[in-house]
Design a protein around this ligand. Structure first.
Ligand SMILES: [Zn+2]
Length: 339
């Protein structure tokens, strides 16, 4: 591990947070992954109500090793909560009603090696058994041609990768028993705007059964923060892919009575590039704001969203039912699926 300290400041930071806040957190090592005879841990850190009846929100980062900013955004919200937990009565009360999970770095090997994929060159977000039956994006949509080409799904008929399995198992055991569960998985590298994506990634034609609830959640966000700047839409608006882990988990969740809504935050990195074109030349360039002031701005700017989602999870009983109405589903379908 020592050897990787310099390559993985994020993991060092996570370990420091764990060591210094043991009294407030529940810690689980959900897997270890090997690289050059070293073992790197994948941690899940949990705050708040640990009962399976409590609603739960899970923040995920570092699925793609090049997208360091996702991990940093998740760590920064964890730090904010841990900073407040000692003195903030309001937060303490909120955490008695909700569980807040963090998996800040799912793919530590990818991050150490400056790779999108894991050690086996598998793109974890193309690694689930979910198949799209529509026309997926060429290569980007996931393929089994060769691990040399990015977006590789892994060999045919193989088991999921360690990292993917760890995430799937954690969500299944920690979230599926809850009456309501949200996820925010933080990525970067797509477009100019910050986007919130929801499943499916496998289909343009088929809306998820919870489309009304998603639409209502979007409404709540936009009413609560009229000056926010997110585009909120199905991932399939942009490209279709095989093997998306959230498609897979969402479909599995339908066998349970609780509601499970996974969201992906895609931070629009092209504007960082626009302001600093030379950063394209660096390996992280397309996925990470290089200037320190820009990193700070990104870390700050998503805290409100994360705080909103945490509150929406804790108070799900006050809005979720309204999302189940036919009217809400119709508005959602009109907005996103009627061309
Ligand atoms: Zn990504």
């Amino acid at each position: 591990m020592r050897y990787f300290d310099g390559l993985l400041p994020e993991l060092k930071q996570i370990q420091y947070i764990i060591d210094t806040h043991q009294e407030f957190i529940h810690l689980e090592k959900i897997a270890t992954v090997n690289i050059n005879q070293s073992e790197l841990p994948i941690y899940a850190i949990s705050l708040g109500n640990q009962s399976s009846e409590a609603p739960v929100i899970t923040f995920v980062g570092g699925v793609h090793g090049l997208e360091r900013i996702g991990t940093q955004v998740v760590i920064s919200f964890l730090e904010t909560l841990l900073g407040r937990i000692k003195w903030d009565k309001g937060l303490k009360h909120l955490l008695s009603q909700v569980r807040v999970n963090f998996i800040p770095l799912l793919n530590p090997v990818g991050m150490a090696l400056h790779k999108r994929s894991n050690f086996n060159s598998v793109d974890l977000m193309r690694n689930s058994p979910t198949e799209s039956h529509e026309k997926t994006a060429f290569l980007v949509g996931g393929h089994r041609i060769s691990p040399i080409i990015p977006w590789y799904r892994g060999p045919e008929d193989s088991d999921m990768e360690t990292e993917s399995k760890a995430l799937v198992n954690f969500i299944k055991t920690n979230c599926f028993q809850s009456p309501f569960s949200l996820v925010l998985d933080c990525h970067s590298g797509f477009g100019l705007r910050d986007r919130l994506w929801f499943p499916y990634a496998k289909s343009k034609l088929e809306p998820i059964p919870h489309i009304g609830e998603i639409y209502h959640l979007r409404d709540l966000l936009f009413q609560t923060y009229p000056h926010q700047n997110y585009v909120f839409e199905p991932q399939s608006k942009h490209y279709l892919c095989h093997g998306d882990l959230w498609d897979h988990l969402y479909d599995l969740s339908l066998e349970h009575t609780g509601t499970f809504l996974p969201l992906t935050l895609e931070m629009g990195s092209w504007r960082w590039v626009k302001k600093n074109p030379l950063q394209v030349l660096k390996s992280l360039g397309l996925f990470h704001p290089m200037k320190p002031h820009r990193v700070k701005r990104v870390l700050r700017s998503h805290l409100i969203l994360m705080d909103f989602l945490m509150s929406a999870t804790a108070s799900y009983q006050n809005w979720l039912e309204d999302g189940k109405t036919l009217n809400m589903a119709q508005r959602a379908t009109r907005k996103w699926y009627d061309n």
